[in-house]
Design a protein around this ligand. Structure first.
Ligand SMILES: *Cc1c(COP(=O)(O)O)cnc(C)c1O
Length: 408
Protein backbone atom coordinates (compact mmCIF):
# COMPACT_ATOMS: atom_id res chain seq x y z
CA UNK A 1 0.00 0.00 0.00
CA UNK A 2 1.34 3.41 -0.89
CA UNK A 3 -0.67 5.23 1.79
CA UNK A 4 -1.42 4.77 5.43
CA UNK A 5 -3.67 7.77 5.97
CA UNK A 6 -7.45 7.42 5.61
CA UNK A 7 -8.46 8.02 2.06
CA UNK A 8 -11.51 9.49 0.39
CA UNK A 9 -12.38 10.17 -3.20
CA UNK A 10 -12.35 13.91 -2.52
CA UNK A 11 -8.98 13.67 -0.69
CA UNK A 12 -7.42 12.27 -3.84
CA UNK A 13 -7.85 15.60 -5.63
CA UNK A 14 -4.96 18.06 -5.39
CA UNK A 15 -5.90 20.71 -2.88
CA UNK A 16 -5.69 23.74 -5.17
CA UNK A 17 -8.56 25.79 -3.76
CA UNK A 18 -10.80 25.95 -0.68
CA UNK A 19 -13.75 23.89 -1.92
CA UNK A 20 -16.95 23.75 0.17
CA UNK A 21 -18.16 20.29 1.26
CA UNK A 22 -21.16 20.05 -1.05
CA UNK A 23 -21.06 17.41 -3.76
CA UNK A 24 -23.11 18.76 -6.65
CA UNK A 25 -25.12 16.07 -8.41
CA UNK A 26 -27.49 17.71 -10.83
CA UNK A 27 -28.31 21.02 -12.48
CA UNK A 28 -31.25 22.44 -14.42
CA UNK A 29 -31.31 26.01 -15.74
CA UNK A 30 -30.49 28.39 -12.87
CA UNK A 31 -30.65 25.60 -10.28
CA UNK A 32 -28.21 23.10 -8.76
CA UNK A 33 -28.83 20.21 -6.34
CA UNK A 34 -26.29 18.66 -3.94
CA UNK A 35 -26.03 15.18 -2.43
CA UNK A 36 -27.80 16.29 0.75
CA UNK A 37 -30.97 17.35 -1.04
CA UNK A 38 -30.34 21.10 -0.77
CA UNK A 39 -30.94 23.16 -3.87
CA UNK A 40 -29.21 26.37 -4.92
CA UNK A 41 -30.05 29.32 -7.13
CA UNK A 42 -26.81 29.58 -9.12
CA UNK A 43 -25.35 33.00 -9.91
CA UNK A 44 -21.87 31.55 -10.50
CA UNK A 45 -22.81 29.18 -13.34
CA UNK A 46 -19.45 27.49 -13.64
CA UNK A 47 -17.73 30.92 -13.56
CA UNK A 48 -19.71 32.61 -16.36
CA UNK A 49 -19.53 29.42 -18.38
CA UNK A 50 -23.08 28.06 -18.56
CA UNK A 51 -24.46 30.46 -21.17
CA UNK A 52 -27.77 28.60 -21.36
CA UNK A 53 -27.89 27.41 -17.73
CA UNK A 54 -27.34 23.88 -16.45
CA UNK A 55 -28.02 20.92 -18.74
CA UNK A 56 -29.92 22.71 -21.54
CA UNK A 57 -31.68 20.40 -23.99
CA UNK A 58 -29.84 21.78 -27.04
CA UNK A 59 -26.44 20.88 -25.54
CA UNK A 60 -27.61 17.44 -24.44
CA UNK A 61 -28.93 16.84 -27.96
CA UNK A 62 -25.75 18.12 -29.63
CA UNK A 63 -23.60 15.85 -27.46
CA UNK A 64 -25.80 12.82 -28.06
CA UNK A 65 -26.01 13.39 -31.81
CA UNK A 66 -22.30 14.15 -32.33
CA UNK A 67 -21.03 11.42 -29.99
CA UNK A 68 -22.92 8.85 -32.07
CA UNK A 69 -21.25 10.18 -35.23
CA UNK A 70 -17.64 11.15 -34.61
CA UNK A 71 -15.61 12.13 -31.52
CA UNK A 72 -12.16 12.95 -32.91
CA UNK A 73 -10.80 12.12 -36.35
CA UNK A 74 -7.48 13.97 -35.79
CA UNK A 75 -6.70 17.65 -35.39
CA UNK A 76 -4.96 17.38 -38.76
CA UNK A 77 -8.17 16.31 -40.56
CA UNK A 78 -11.21 18.43 -41.38
CA UNK A 79 -14.45 17.84 -39.52
CA UNK A 80 -17.88 19.33 -40.14
CA UNK A 81 -18.71 20.91 -36.72
CA UNK A 82 -15.34 22.72 -36.54
CA UNK A 83 -15.72 24.16 -40.05
CA UNK A 84 -19.32 25.19 -39.38
CA UNK A 85 -18.53 26.81 -36.03
CA UNK A 86 -15.55 28.71 -37.44
CA UNK A 87 -17.69 29.93 -40.34
CA UNK A 88 -20.46 31.07 -37.97
CA UNK A 89 -18.03 32.92 -35.67
CA UNK A 90 -16.49 34.75 -38.63
CA UNK A 91 -19.84 35.56 -40.25
CA UNK A 92 -21.07 37.26 -37.07
CA UNK A 93 -17.83 39.08 -36.22
CA UNK A 94 -15.15 41.24 -37.84
CA UNK A 95 -12.67 38.35 -37.95
CA UNK A 96 -11.60 36.12 -40.82
CA UNK A 97 -10.10 32.98 -39.32
CA UNK A 98 -10.38 30.87 -36.17
CA UNK A 99 -8.08 28.55 -34.22
CA UNK A 100 -9.91 26.37 -31.68
CA UNK A 101 -8.45 25.61 -28.25
CA UNK A 102 -9.50 23.69 -25.13
CA UNK A 103 -9.97 26.77 -22.95
CA UNK A 104 -9.17 30.40 -22.29
CA UNK A 105 -5.53 30.28 -21.23
CA UNK A 106 -4.66 28.24 -24.31
CA UNK A 107 -6.50 30.74 -26.54
CA UNK A 108 -4.51 33.58 -24.96
CA UNK A 109 -1.26 31.63 -25.39
CA UNK A 110 -2.19 31.36 -29.04
CA UNK A 111 -2.85 35.10 -29.28
CA UNK A 112 0.54 35.82 -27.67
CA UNK A 113 2.29 33.48 -30.11
CA UNK A 114 0.42 35.01 -33.05
CA UNK A 115 1.45 38.53 -32.00
CA UNK A 116 5.10 37.51 -31.53
CA UNK A 117 5.10 35.81 -34.94
CA UNK A 118 3.57 38.93 -36.51
CA UNK A 119 6.29 41.00 -34.83
CA UNK A 120 8.97 38.75 -36.32
CA UNK A 121 7.47 39.15 -39.80
CA UNK A 122 6.42 42.79 -39.74
CA UNK A 123 8.15 44.66 -36.90
CA UNK A 124 11.77 43.55 -36.86
CA UNK A 125 11.30 41.03 -34.03
CA UNK A 126 9.29 43.28 -31.71
CA UNK A 127 7.76 40.99 -29.07
CA UNK A 128 6.56 43.02 -26.07
CA UNK A 129 2.84 42.95 -25.35
CA UNK A 130 1.53 45.74 -23.15
CA UNK A 131 -0.81 44.27 -20.50
CA UNK A 132 -2.59 45.67 -17.45
CA UNK A 133 -2.43 45.70 -13.70
CA UNK A 134 -5.13 43.45 -12.14
CA UNK A 135 -5.71 41.69 -15.47
CA UNK A 136 -6.45 37.97 -15.63
CA UNK A 137 -5.52 35.94 -18.69
CA UNK A 138 -5.13 32.37 -17.37
CA UNK A 139 -2.82 30.03 -15.50
CA UNK A 140 -0.17 28.90 -17.95
CA UNK A 141 3.27 30.45 -17.41
CA UNK A 142 2.90 33.00 -20.22
CA UNK A 143 -0.69 33.94 -19.37
CA UNK A 144 0.18 34.28 -15.67
CA UNK A 145 2.99 36.60 -16.75
CA UNK A 146 0.52 38.57 -18.88
CA UNK A 147 -1.87 38.75 -15.91
CA UNK A 148 -1.55 41.55 -13.38
CA UNK A 149 -2.75 39.76 -10.28
CA UNK A 150 -0.85 40.92 -7.21
CA UNK A 151 1.84 38.38 -6.26
CA UNK A 152 1.69 36.47 -9.55
CA UNK A 153 5.00 37.95 -10.65
CA UNK A 154 6.71 35.91 -7.90
CA UNK A 155 4.92 32.56 -7.43
CA UNK A 156 6.45 30.63 -10.33
CA UNK A 157 9.45 32.84 -10.94
CA UNK A 158 11.02 33.52 -13.29
CA UNK A 159 8.18 34.99 -15.33
CA UNK A 160 7.94 34.81 -19.09
CA UNK A 161 9.39 38.20 -20.10
CA UNK A 162 7.77 40.75 -22.38
CA UNK A 163 4.56 41.81 -20.61
CA UNK A 164 4.98 45.38 -19.25
CA UNK A 165 2.01 46.57 -17.18
CA UNK A 166 -0.09 49.69 -17.77
CA UNK A 167 -3.17 50.93 -15.88
CA UNK A 168 -6.70 50.35 -17.15
CA UNK A 169 -8.37 53.54 -18.40
CA UNK A 170 -5.08 55.48 -18.25
CA UNK A 171 -4.00 56.05 -21.85
CA UNK A 172 -0.83 57.91 -20.83
CA UNK A 173 0.35 54.84 -18.87
CA UNK A 174 0.03 52.80 -22.07
CA UNK A 175 1.70 55.42 -24.24
CA UNK A 176 4.65 55.56 -21.85
CA UNK A 177 5.34 51.83 -22.37
CA UNK A 178 5.33 51.87 -26.19
CA UNK A 179 8.84 51.37 -27.57
CA UNK A 180 10.70 49.68 -30.44
CA UNK A 181 10.03 46.22 -28.95
CA UNK A 182 6.28 46.72 -28.59
CA UNK A 183 4.14 44.53 -30.83
CA UNK A 184 0.66 44.49 -29.24
CA UNK A 185 -1.69 45.59 -26.49
CA UNK A 186 -3.70 42.87 -24.70
CA UNK A 187 -6.62 43.51 -22.35
CA UNK A 188 -10.01 42.36 -21.12
CA UNK A 189 -12.60 44.95 -22.21
CA UNK A 190 -14.17 44.29 -18.81
CA UNK A 191 -11.73 42.93 -16.22
CA UNK A 192 -13.62 40.00 -14.73
CA UNK A 193 -11.52 38.41 -12.00
CA UNK A 194 -10.48 41.80 -10.65
CA UNK A 195 -14.13 42.48 -9.80
CA UNK A 196 -15.88 43.60 -13.01
CA UNK A 197 -13.96 46.74 -13.92
CA UNK A 198 -14.87 47.96 -17.39
CA UNK A 199 -12.66 49.83 -19.80
CA UNK A 200 -14.32 53.05 -20.97
CA UNK A 201 -15.27 53.37 -24.66
CA UNK A 202 -12.98 56.42 -24.88
CA UNK A 203 -10.03 54.42 -23.50
CA UNK A 204 -10.59 51.57 -25.96
CA UNK A 205 -10.90 54.07 -28.84
CA UNK A 206 -7.63 55.59 -27.62
CA UNK A 207 -5.95 52.16 -27.63
CA UNK A 208 -7.20 51.53 -31.17
CA UNK A 209 -5.76 54.87 -32.28
CA UNK A 210 -2.40 54.15 -30.56
CA UNK A 211 -2.25 50.75 -32.26
CA UNK A 212 -3.00 52.28 -35.67
CA UNK A 213 -0.45 55.06 -35.14
CA UNK A 214 2.36 52.75 -33.96
CA UNK A 215 1.51 49.67 -36.07
CA UNK A 216 0.56 47.45 -33.12
CA UNK A 217 -2.00 44.66 -32.78
CA UNK A 218 -4.94 45.24 -30.46
CA UNK A 219 -5.97 42.02 -28.69
CA UNK A 220 -9.12 41.66 -26.57
CA UNK A 221 -9.32 38.77 -24.13
CA UNK A 222 -13.03 38.05 -24.45
CA UNK A 223 -12.92 34.75 -22.58
CA UNK A 224 -15.44 36.17 -20.08
CA UNK A 225 -17.11 38.96 -22.11
CA UNK A 226 -17.71 37.01 -25.34
CA UNK A 227 -20.83 35.06 -26.44
CA UNK A 228 -23.57 37.38 -25.24
CA UNK A 229 -22.38 38.11 -21.70
CA UNK A 230 -22.49 41.89 -22.20
CA UNK A 231 -25.72 41.78 -24.24
CA UNK A 232 -23.87 41.84 -27.58
CA UNK A 233 -22.52 38.68 -29.22
CA UNK A 234 -18.95 39.87 -28.55
CA UNK A 235 -17.88 42.42 -25.96
CA UNK A 236 -16.05 44.60 -28.50
CA UNK A 237 -19.37 45.22 -30.24
CA UNK A 238 -20.72 46.83 -27.07
CA UNK A 239 -17.84 49.31 -27.13
CA UNK A 240 -17.78 49.85 -30.89
CA UNK A 241 -14.02 49.27 -31.10
CA UNK A 242 -12.75 46.49 -33.39
CA UNK A 243 -9.55 44.74 -32.24
CA UNK A 244 -7.25 42.71 -34.51
CA UNK A 245 -7.48 39.53 -32.43
CA UNK A 246 -9.93 38.24 -29.82
CA UNK A 247 -9.94 35.16 -27.64
CA UNK A 248 -13.02 33.26 -26.47
CA UNK A 249 -13.68 30.34 -24.12
CA UNK A 250 -16.03 30.12 -21.11
CA UNK A 251 -19.43 30.94 -22.66
CA UNK A 252 -18.60 29.46 -26.07
CA UNK A 253 -18.89 25.92 -24.72
CA UNK A 254 -21.88 26.58 -22.48
CA UNK A 255 -20.35 24.18 -19.94
CA UNK A 256 -17.93 22.08 -22.00
CA UNK A 257 -14.25 22.91 -22.59
CA UNK A 258 -13.66 24.83 -25.81
CA UNK A 259 -11.93 28.11 -26.60
CA UNK A 260 -11.07 30.02 -29.74
CA UNK A 261 -8.64 32.55 -31.15
CA UNK A 262 -10.13 34.79 -33.85
CA UNK A 263 -8.04 37.13 -36.01
CA UNK A 264 -8.44 39.55 -38.87
CA UNK A 265 -6.78 38.44 -42.11
CA UNK A 266 -3.66 40.61 -41.75
CA UNK A 267 -2.91 39.01 -38.38
CA UNK A 268 -3.37 35.37 -39.49
CA UNK A 269 0.34 34.65 -39.84
CA UNK A 270 0.78 31.11 -38.47
CA UNK A 271 2.37 28.71 -40.92
CA UNK A 272 2.33 24.91 -40.74
CA UNK A 273 3.94 23.73 -37.53
CA UNK A 274 3.53 26.97 -35.54
CA UNK A 275 0.39 25.99 -33.67
CA UNK A 276 -1.68 22.90 -32.92
CA UNK A 277 -2.99 20.59 -30.20
CA UNK A 278 -4.39 17.08 -29.95
CA UNK A 279 -7.98 17.93 -29.01
CA UNK A 280 -8.19 21.30 -30.76
CA UNK A 281 -11.31 21.67 -32.88
CA UNK A 282 -12.63 18.23 -31.97
CA UNK A 283 -16.12 17.73 -33.38
CA UNK A 284 -17.75 16.85 -30.04
CA UNK A 285 -16.95 20.20 -28.41
CA UNK A 286 -17.48 22.15 -31.65
CA UNK A 287 -20.96 20.65 -32.02
CA UNK A 288 -21.78 22.06 -28.58
CA UNK A 289 -20.27 25.44 -29.51
CA UNK A 290 -22.53 25.48 -32.57
CA UNK A 291 -25.61 24.75 -30.45
CA UNK A 292 -24.69 27.56 -28.03
CA UNK A 293 -24.05 30.04 -30.86
CA UNK A 294 -27.35 29.17 -32.55
CA UNK A 295 -29.23 29.74 -29.28
CA UNK A 296 -27.52 33.09 -28.62
CA UNK A 297 -28.10 34.23 -32.22
CA UNK A 298 -31.82 33.37 -32.10
CA UNK A 299 -34.19 36.30 -32.57
CA UNK A 300 -34.61 38.36 -29.42
CA UNK A 301 -32.10 36.41 -27.29
CA UNK A 302 -29.53 39.22 -26.90
CA UNK A 303 -32.24 41.87 -26.41
CA UNK A 304 -33.52 39.77 -23.51
CA UNK A 305 -29.98 39.54 -22.05
CA UNK A 306 -29.75 43.34 -22.16
CA UNK A 307 -33.18 43.75 -20.53
CA UNK A 308 -32.48 41.20 -17.78
CA UNK A 309 -29.02 42.69 -17.29
CA UNK A 310 -30.51 46.16 -16.85
CA UNK A 311 -33.00 44.72 -14.35
CA UNK A 312 -30.17 43.04 -12.38
CA UNK A 313 -28.19 46.29 -12.44
CA UNK A 314 -31.16 48.34 -11.20
CA UNK A 315 -31.93 45.87 -8.41
CA UNK A 316 -28.26 45.88 -7.27
CA UNK A 317 -28.23 49.69 -7.35
CA UNK A 318 -31.40 49.84 -5.23
CA UNK A 319 -29.97 47.29 -2.77
CA UNK A 320 -26.81 49.37 -2.47
CA UNK A 321 -28.83 52.50 -1.71
CA UNK A 322 -31.02 50.63 0.80
CA UNK A 323 -28.07 49.17 2.74
CA UNK A 324 -25.54 51.95 2.23
CA UNK A 325 -23.18 49.77 0.18
CA UNK A 326 -20.67 50.77 -2.50
CA UNK A 327 -20.80 50.83 -6.29
CA UNK A 328 -23.05 48.53 -8.33
CA UNK A 329 -21.30 48.15 -11.68
CA UNK A 330 -21.05 46.06 -14.82
CA UNK A 331 -22.62 45.52 -18.22
CA UNK A 332 -25.26 43.04 -19.38
CA UNK A 333 -25.18 39.93 -17.20
CA UNK A 334 -21.67 40.51 -15.85
CA UNK A 335 -22.20 42.58 -12.71
CA UNK A 336 -20.55 43.35 -9.40
CA UNK A 337 -21.59 44.94 -6.12
CA UNK A 338 -19.01 46.59 -3.89
CA UNK A 339 -20.13 45.95 -0.31
CA UNK A 340 -17.89 48.71 1.02
CA UNK A 341 -16.57 46.39 3.76
CA UNK A 342 -14.63 43.11 3.58
CA UNK A 343 -17.54 40.73 4.23
CA UNK A 344 -18.00 39.26 0.74
CA UNK A 345 -16.65 35.81 1.64
CA UNK A 346 -18.94 35.66 4.72
CA UNK A 347 -21.96 36.63 2.60
CA UNK A 348 -21.08 33.95 0.03
CA UNK A 349 -20.71 31.30 2.78
CA UNK A 350 -23.98 32.26 4.47
CA UNK A 351 -25.90 32.26 1.19
CA UNK A 352 -24.55 28.80 0.35
CA UNK A 353 -24.73 27.13 3.77
CA UNK A 354 -27.42 28.69 5.91
CA UNK A 355 -29.75 30.80 3.79
CA UNK A 356 -33.29 29.39 3.56
CA UNK A 357 -34.76 31.17 0.53
CA UNK A 358 -38.55 31.05 0.70
CA UNK A 359 -38.58 29.43 4.18
CA UNK A 360 -37.08 26.32 5.77
CA UNK A 361 -39.21 23.78 3.88
CA UNK A 362 -37.60 24.52 0.51
CA UNK A 363 -34.01 24.12 1.83
CA UNK A 364 -32.86 26.55 -0.85
CA UNK A 365 -29.55 28.40 -0.86
CA UNK A 366 -27.81 30.76 -3.23
CA UNK A 367 -24.43 30.51 -4.99
CA UNK A 368 -22.49 33.75 -5.34
CA UNK A 369 -18.85 34.64 -6.06
CA UNK A 370 -16.53 36.99 -4.17
CA UNK A 371 -13.64 37.97 -6.48
CA UNK A 372 -12.34 40.48 -3.93
CA UNK A 373 -12.79 40.71 -0.12
CA UNK A 374 -15.45 43.41 -0.43
CA UNK A 375 -16.85 42.63 -3.90
CA UNK A 376 -19.53 40.21 -5.07
CA UNK A 377 -19.75 39.19 -8.73
CA UNK A 378 -22.91 38.06 -10.50
CA UNK A 379 -22.62 35.93 -13.66
CA UNK A 380 -25.91 34.07 -14.02
CA UNK A 381 -26.98 32.03 -17.01
CA UNK A 382 -27.91 34.29 -19.94
CA UNK A 383 -31.32 32.62 -19.74
CA UNK A 384 -31.89 33.70 -16.12
CA UNK A 385 -35.39 35.12 -15.56
CA UNK A 386 -36.35 38.37 -13.84
CA UNK A 387 -38.13 36.31 -11.18
CA UNK A 388 -34.85 34.48 -10.47
CA UNK A 389 -32.99 37.81 -10.32
CA UNK A 390 -35.58 39.07 -7.80
CA UNK A 391 -35.24 35.87 -5.75
CA UNK A 392 -31.44 36.29 -5.72
CA UNK A 393 -31.82 39.88 -4.45
CA UNK A 394 -34.16 38.63 -1.67
CA UNK A 395 -31.58 36.02 -0.65
CA UNK A 396 -28.70 38.46 -0.83
CA UNK A 397 -30.53 40.89 1.47
CA UNK A 398 -31.07 38.09 4.03
CA UNK A 399 -27.41 37.05 3.86
CA UNK A 400 -26.26 40.68 4.20
CA UNK A 401 -28.31 41.05 7.37
CA UNK A 402 -26.94 37.73 8.64
CA UNK A 403 -23.43 39.24 8.57
CA UNK A 404 -24.69 42.36 10.37
CA UNK A 405 -25.12 44.66 7.35
CA UNK A 406 -28.38 46.51 8.11
CA UNK A 407 -30.66 48.70 6.03
CA UNK A 408 -30.03 52.42 6.54
C1 LIG B 1 -11.38 32.50 -17.17
C2 LIG B 1 -10.53 33.45 -17.92
C3 LIG B 1 -9.35 33.03 -18.56
C4 LIG B 1 -8.80 31.65 -18.43
O1 LIG B 1 -9.61 30.70 -19.06
P1 LIG B 1 -9.38 29.14 -18.72
O2 LIG B 1 -10.40 28.44 -19.59
O3 LIG B 1 -9.63 28.98 -17.26
O4 LIG B 1 -8.00 28.82 -19.09
C5 LIG B 1 -8.66 33.96 -19.31
N1 LIG B 1 -9.09 35.22 -19.43
C6 LIG B 1 -10.21 35.66 -18.85
C7 LIG B 1 -10.65 37.07 -19.04
C8 LIG B 1 -10.97 34.80 -18.06
O5 LIG B 1 -12.07 35.23 -17.45
Amino acid sequence: MKRDAPHSAIGSLMDITARPEQLFLRGDGSWLWDDRGRRYLDFVQGWAVNTLGHAPACIRDALARQSALLLTPSPAFHNQPASALAELLCRHSDFDQVFFTNGGAEANEGAIKLARKWGQLHKGGAHEIITFRDAFHGRTLATMSASGKPGWDRIFAPQVPGFPKALLNDLASVQALIGPDTVAILLEPVQGESGVNAATPVFLQGLRALCDQHGLLLIFDEVQTGIGRLGTLFGYQHFGVVPDIITLAKGLGGGVPIGALLARRHACVFVHGDQGGTFNGNPLMCAVGLAVMQAVLADGFLAEVRATGDHLGARLQALSAQYGLGEARGIGLLRALDLGRPVAAEVVAHARERLMLGGAAGNTGLLLNAPRPSVLRFMPSLTVTRAEVDLMIDGLAISLEAVAVRPL
